[in-house]
Write a protein that binds this ligand. Structure first.
Ligand code: NOJ
Length: 772
């Protein structure tokens, strides 16, 4: 294995075609940028000459300091003045940030701190969680969420966000699916790049911009069994083909930093993986920014079993190329003795220190340490003031993130009249609506689903509410979920009483809206599940509601694909709303009442059951593929359930209908370096205006290695008036056909290629061409 790891980059270099384009290549930079870079290096050279070893080590220390009262605050201020802290995260108000930056300005060299935070899907205004953003398939909308997040975060004095999170995941058991953008490499790469552009704009130092740190490098989403922090073991082909490109795309878009994953990759913890952090990241990709270990990850190399003690862990991390140490004392305690004993080189410390100083320089902090803050008089008296929110943008993005999974008999949209029973433990929850990693978002400023319905109907319809069930009843699970934050509220009433109240409400109603799923804490870091069904307490409620015979609309709030077999068979309508953010309730009401026609598409396959995992659309064919039209025994299948997913990748309904023409190719062949155009005409065949996503997939049916049955390469979201038709054209180039072969050479092989175009990944039209 060791041998393979060492030879991988070599193999790729030998292949001639670089794995990816090079960033930061000086020869491709314009002269003004080169002058700027020279000025920056001269500034840093000068500073470095004046810094002591302790001060250099101090720059590598990243401290979590939650805002407000903190017992150690005075000590931290003293540490900052003494040059022992490089940056802070989790301090999120201008007032608190100013106090800490003041301390830095009292230090010997006055090196400013930078301030970071997990601004994942919003800062004060919360947008939908990652899976929701991805469901929009709308790159303009996604870039806008990045921009708004940056405007709000920088107004709070922040400089940098730990986002985007572009870990591909094909295992719904993993709680962190909620933060990412799903299973697909192309979709995730596009979204990561858009967010970076949104956060950083043209210049991360500009007013209203913050720096982006892409995470978690690498392949954290592939943890075995979906169990958080678990092992990742993966073929180099899959790593390079499917899992690494999104990180690279974010870096190409300009992301200034990389957060290193907590997991090991093929036996080596990423934090100590020189191959990953230097050979791939620096040498192949030309990355020149900062690398940051994840929370406590340097120390965790002891438990991974690759470091004997803290000193050993610090040595491994700094030599591998981990610049900053997040939330552990490993660098502070150990780098100096390691230097003195000659076990690490001064060059390693200097390299890491320079990376930190460069970030500060590029953020403009040496010019003005208070660049986002301005004078104290600028501090907002109320950081949570309504006027600081961007509710309009949040509502627009949120309603695009909702995915209509079923709508039998046109039960949706609802009319704003009659009696509607609103039932379920999530219906009135403001906290859950925000989702996890909700940054500085405020529960009380979040529109619950129930409130959204009230806002929509006014006094035109009667709303009856009953909680109906607890999110979960199992006391052990409740205890776990409530460990660090009050996540699940188990109120008064036995399960039977709660259900009786809900059934009584349903009986009086014309239609029942059941708002069920997961609490936000169930789809979070450290929230992996062995099953992916709606918790039993809520399923019992759904059964009881079904028995009333009233039309049943299931509104789902959750942060991972769920197995929804019973719900799909029994509900009249299913609407996936993820955790839709500050304006979630209004956005869901917009869709339920038809004020917005749903257009979201799934970024991740929904299995029928947990036993099908991993299930993803871009799988290989195998030698014995299952054919649903001619089901046979000795094929790749399960015998106790249908083979395919419940809902495929790219799927989502609308209140209107769309038709797609056959695929028209510009020619039968592509020459090397050339292109082929694929076009289709999409028609809105219904009587409502609506949007859909035209998706183009490619297959290389005969290659030197087995290739996926299809891979998404292009997509376009189109808005069409009722009856309107539009031609949608995509340009396919050689890169769309390329892959890593058995020797890890990257390139396209000649022969036939199939092109599939559809409005989801399963129901597609087909054409083909050859590459000469
Ligand atoms: C640990 C998480 O893995 C990472 O995503 C996050 O950015 C850091 N903690 C900081 O909160």
């Amino acid at each position: 294995m060791k041998k393979l790891r060492l030879t991988l980059p070599l193999l790729i270099a030998l292949a001639g075609a670089p794995a990816f384009g090079q960033t930061g290549n000086p020869s491709s930079n314009p002269p003004s940028m080169m002058r700027e870079q020279a000025a920056r290096e001269a500034y840093i050279d000068d500073l470095m000459r004046r810094m002591t070893v302790d001060e250099k080590i101090g720059q590598l220390r990243l401290v979590s300091l939650p805002a407000g009262a903190h017992p150690d605050r005075a000590k931290f201020a003293a540490d900052i003045r003494a040059g022992k802290v490089g940056a802070i995260f989790n301090t999120v108000t201008p007032q608190d940030i100013r106090v800490l930056q003041d301390a830095a300005m009292q230090g010997r060299l006055k090196i400013p701190l930078f301030f970071a935070y997990d601004v994942i899907h919003g800062q004060r205004t919360i947008f939908p969680i990652g899976l929701g953003l991805a469901s929009t398939w709308n790159m303009d909308a996604i870039r806008r969420t990045g921009r708004v997040s940056a405007i709000e975060a920088s107004a709070d004095g922040l400089d940098l966000t730990w986002s985007p999170m572009v870990d591909i995941s094909r295992d719904p058991r993993w709680g962190r699916n909620s933060e990412g953008f799903g299973e697909d490499t192309t979709l995730t790469s596009r979204i990561g790049a858009e967010l970076v552009k949104g956060y950083q704009g043209d210049d991360p130092a500009a007013p209203g911009s913050i720096m982006a740190v892409v995470k978690h490098f690498a392949a954290y989403g592939a943890v075995e069994g979906g169990r958080d922090y678990n092992t990742v073991d993966m073929s180099p082909q899959r790593l390079f083909q499917d899992y690494l490109p999104p990180y690279k795309a974010a870096l190409d878009a300009g992301a200034a930093g990389v957060m290193i994953a907590l997991n090991s990759l093929n036996g080596v913890p990423a934090t100590g993986d020189k191959w990953l952090l230097q050979d791939v990241l620096r040498k192949q990709w030309g990355f020149k920014g900062i690398t940051i270990s994840d929370h406590g990850a340097i120390m965790e190399m002891i438990k991974h079993g690759v470091a004997a003690d803290g000193r050993d862990a610090a040595r491994l991390a700094i030599s591998a190329g981990a610049d900053m140490s997040m939330s552990d004392s490993m660098y502070g305690d150990n780098l100096k003795p390691l230097l003195e004993s000659g076990r690490i080189a001064m060059a390693d410390l200097d390299r890491a220190t320079r990376d930190v100083l460069r970030v500060k320089y590029d953020l403009g902090l040496f010019r003005d340490p208070y660049r986002h803050l301005g004078p104290p008089a600028n501090d907002p008296p109320d950081v949570n003031a309504e006027s600081r929110l961007h509710r309009g943008a949040a509502r627009e993005v949120a309603r695009e993130s909702l995915v209509l999974l079923k709508n039998q008999g046109g039960v949706l949209p609802l009319r704003k009249q009659g009696t509607i029973a609103v039932v379920g433990p999530l219906a009135k929850s403001q906290r859950d609506m925000m989702g996890n990693w909700s940054a500085a978002g405020r529960t009380e400023q979040t529109v619950s689903l129930y409130q959204g319905l009230v806002n929509a109907v006014g006094d035109r319809a009667r709303l009856l509410y009953a909680k109906g069930a607890n999110v979960v009843d199992d006391p052990e699970i409740v205890k776990y979920l409530n460990l660090y934050e009050e996540d699940v509220d188990v109120g008064p009433g036995t399960p039977a009483q709660l259900i009786d109240e809900a059934v009584a409400a349903a009986r009086q109603a014309d239609v029942v809206l059941a708002v069920v799923g997961e609490s936000q804490g169930m789809a979070h870091e450290a929230s992996s599940r062995t099953d992916i069904v709606i918790p039993e307490s809520q399923v019992k409620l759904l059964h009881a509601l079904k028995a009333t015979g009233k039309p049943l609309v299931v509104v789902l709030m959750n942060g991972r694909p769920l197995a929804l077999g019973w719900e799909n068979d029994n509900a009249d309508a299913l609407l996936e709303t993820w955790f839709a953010g500050t304006e979630g309730g209004n956005a869901v009401a917009d869709v339920l009442f038809g004020d917005y026609n749903p257009s979201g598409k799934l970024p991740m396959t929904f299995p029928r059951s947990v036993g099908q995992i991993p299930i993803y659309y871009s799988h290989l064919n195998t030698g014995r593929p299952f054919d649903p039209l001619h089901p046979d025994k000795y094929t790749s299948r399960y015998f106790d359930a249908p083979n395919g997913p419940l809902f495929p990748f790219g799927y989502g309904l609308s209140y209107t209908t769309f038709a797609l023409s056959d695929v028209d190719l510009s020619g039968p062949a592509m020459t090397r370096g050339g292109t082929v155009q694929a076009s289709v005409t999409v028609t809105n065949t219904g009587d409502r205006d609506g949007a859909t996503v035209v998706q183009l997939y490619i297959q290389d049916p005969v290659a030197s290695v087995s290739r996926p049955v299809k891979e998404l390469k292009h997509f376009q979201k189109v808005m069409l008036k009722a009856g309107e038709s539009r031609k949608v054209a995509f340009t396919i180039d050689e890169d769309d056909l390329a892959f890593y072969n058995a020797q890890l050479h990257y390139g396209a092989e000649p022969g036939l290629f199939k092109v599939y175009v559809g409005l989801d990944s399963q129901d597609v039209k087909q054409a083909s061409f050859t590459l000469k």
